[in-house]
Ligand binder design. Structure first.
Ligand code: PMP
Length: 360
C-alpha cells in the first residue's frame, strides 16, 4: 500500500491513524458484532459515540458551557440560508464582509432573506487581502455580522477577530476550524463543513451560544431550526452517523497530538516552509498580503502557466496530488490541513525547487 500526499482543499486528507482505527473497527465495533454504520442512532452504543465526540470537541476547542454543539447536514452551504432564518430574530439587516468567493455565496443567499450591508469588500484588489478592523463599516443595529476567517480558494486568512460590539459575530470556519486555538466566547456562532479539518463530507458542525436560539423566521424548516436541533441533541432525524463517528476519532486524535496549541505550532511551521519556498524563488508567486496569508490553503502560480500541466503531472509521479488551483483562479493550490504531515510539505518544497531548476 502506498499513500500519497493529497493537497486537496476538501474532501481532504484524514489522519492515517484515524483511518487505520476505523478500518480495525469496521466489521465489529467494540465487540458489538456490527459496524457503527449499522447501528441505531438512538441505541446506547451510538449515543455514547456521539456524546464522546461532542465532549472531545468541547474540550479541544475550549467551548464554554453556554454554547450548544450541533451536528447537522447540508454542508456549510446550507448554513448560508439557515443563518438568516435563525439569526435575523425580527431584524431586517445583517452585515457581511466580502473577502472572496465563499463570502459572495453567503451574501447572495442572505440577500434572499434580508438587506445585506457589505461591511467591507476586498474584491477590487482581487481578494488578496483582508480588511482591518478600522475599515469595517458596521451597522449598529444589524442582526449579526458574518465573515469567513479563512477564504479557501484564494488563501486569505484574518489575523484578528473583528470587534462588532453588541452585534453577534458569526464565522464560517470551514477551512480553518481546529487549526489553532480560538476564543470561542468572541463568537455568537461558528460553523464548518467537516470535509477539511474535521472528518468526511456530509457532516456540518455548528457551535452556537444558547441565547441565539429560538426566534426563527416562520418559514424555517424544522431541519434548519437550530433550537429544534439543540433540543433534540442533533437527533431530530437520523444524523450522519458514520461521519460523526469519524469526526469523534479525529477529535480524539487532536487531543493525543497535544491539542490545538500543538497543531498551531506545526501548522505555522508548515505554512512558513511553503511561503518561504514561494517567496525565495522568482519562478513561484503568491499574491496575498503577507500578514493575511492562510496557514491552510496556499495558492501559488508558476512564472509560465504553460508549465502548469507538466508541474501537476510530475508532482503526481512523486506522490504529490491534487495541487491544481481552483477553477476560478487557476495556478496551483496546496491545502495543508491538520492531517497533512510536515513531511508532505517538505516533499512538496523539495519538488518545487527541483522543478524550477529544471524548467525555470
Ligand atoms: N465555506 C467555505 C469557506 C468553504 O471552503 C466551503 C467549501 N470549500 C464552503 C463554505 C462550502 O462548503 P460545503 O461544500 O460543505 O457546502
Amino acid at each position: 500500500m502506498s499513500r500519497v500526499y493529497n493537497f486537496s482543499a476538501g474532501p481532504a486528507m484524514l489522519p492515517q491513524a484515524v483511518l487505520a482505527q476505523a478500518q480495525r473497527e469496521m466489521l465489529d465495533w467494540h465487540g458489538s458484532g456490527m459496524s457503527i454504520m449499522e447501528m441505531s442512532h438512538r441505541g446506547e452504543e451510538f449515543t455514547s459515540v456521539a456524546q464522546q465526540a461532542e465532549a472531545d470537541l468541547r474540550e479541544v476547542m475550549g467551548i464554554p458551557d453556554n454554547y450548544k454543539i450541533l451536528f447537522m447536514q447540508g454542508g456549510a452551504s446550507s448554513q448560508f440560508a439557515m443563518i438568516p432564518m435563525n439569526l435575523l430574530r425580527g431584524k431586517r439587516c445583517a452585515d457581511y464582509i466580502n473577502t472572496g468567493d465563499w463570502s459572495q455565496k453567503a451574501i447572495a443567499e442572505a440577500q434572499r432573506y434580508c438587506d445585506v450591508n457589505i461591511a467591507a469588500s476586498t474584491e477590487e484588489g482581487g481578494f488578496t487581502t483582508a480588511p482591518s478592523q478600522e475599515q469595517l463599516n458596521l451597522t449598529p443595529d444589524a442582526a449579526y455580522m458574518h465573515y469567513i476567517p479563512n477564504e479557501t480558494i484564494r488563501g486569505v486568512e484574518f489575523d484578528y477577530i473583528p470587534d462588532t460590539g453588541n452585534v453577534p459575530l458569526v464565522a464560517d470556519m470551514s477551512s480553518n476550524i481546529l487549526s489553532r486555538p480560538v476564543d470561542v466566547s468572541k463568537f455568537s456562532m461558528i460553523y464548518a463543513g467537516a470535509q477539511k479539518n474535521i472528518g468526511p463530507a456530509g457532516l456540518t458542525v455548528v457551535i452556537i451560544r444558547e441565547d441565539m436560539l429560538g426566534e426563527v423566521m416562520d418559514c424555517t424548516p424544522s431541519m434548519f431550526n437550530y433550537k429544534i436541533m439543540a433540543d433534540n441533541d442533533s437527533m431530530y432525524n437520523t444524523p450522519p452517523t458514520y461521519g460523526l463517528y469519524l469526526a469523534g476519532l479525529v477529535f480524539a486524535w487532536l487531543k493525543a497530538q497535544g491539542g490545538l496549541k500543538a497543531m498551531a505550532a506545526i501548522n505555522q511551521r508548515k505554512a512558513e516552509k511553503l511561503y518561504t519556498a514561494i517567496d525565495n524563488d522568482p519562478f513561484y508567486a503568491n499574491p496575498v498580503e503577507t500578514k493575511y496569508r492562510s496557514w491552510m490553503n496556499v495558492p501559488f502560480t508558476l512564472a509560465n502557466d504553460a508549465l502548469d500541466a507538466t508541474f501537476l503531472t510530475e508532482a503526481k509521479t512523486q506522490g504529490l496530488v491534487t495541487l491544481k488551483g481552483h477553477r476560478l483562479v487557476g495556478g496551483m493550490r496546496a491545502s495543508i490541513y491538520n492531517a497533512m504531515p510536515e513531511e508532505g510539505v517538505d516533499a512538496l518544497v523539495g519538488f518545487m525547487a527541483d522543478f524550477s531548476k529544471r524548467h525555470g
